[in-house]
Design a protein around this ligand. Structure first.
Ligand code: FES
Ligand code: FES
Length: 142
């Protein structure tokens, strides 16, 4: 996919407004909440802080890229099963952070899950269901 954009436009805005990929959400807009998380060449980034210039030629993965057609990714299924999503604002970013974690650490400990999700804030769930969902997805994938 290619787009024309001002080099300093935020990657989050280009994804949402030009490409219609509205999965990544804007929470704080200041790099604090992680709701806008996407993968940029395999690195987890806050897309609200990334000028689109930095994404030129890069491989971007958003939450829309995880499902295979109508088949949800194991993390997405586990979030549904465990109630890891409530209002849903944080959910795409948390799932991207978890996806990034499991790519590096397929069987994470509880501590590694907490650390892997430490850049993502959730105001609804209290995090327990989120961590359970990640552990379940990790168990399924291994
Ligand atoms: S909206 Fe990007 S970190 Fe909060
Ligand atoms: S589910 Fe509402 S902020 Fe996380």
């Amino acid at each position: 996919m290619s787009v024309r954009a001002h080099p300093m436009e935020r990657l989050l805005d280009v994804l949402r407004h030009q490409l219609g990929l509205t999965g990544a959400k804007e929470g704080c807009g200041e790099g604090e909440c992680g709701s806008c998380s996407v993968l940029l060449d395999g690195a987890l980034v806050n897309s609200c802080l990334v000028p689109v210039l930095q994404a030129q030629g890069a491989k971007i993965v958003t939450i829309e890229g995880l499902a295979q057609g109508s088949e949800l990714n194991a993390l997405q299924r586990a979030f549904l099963d465990f109630g890891g999503a409530q209002c849903g604002i944080c959910t795409p970013g948390i799932i991207m952070a978890a996806f990034h974690l499991l790519a590096k650490t397929p069987r994470p400990s509880e501590e590694q899950i907490n650390e892997g999700l430490s850049g993502n804030l959730c105001r609804c769930t209290g995090y327990a269901q989120i961590c359970e969902a990640v552990a379940k997805a990790a168990g399924e994938a291994s």
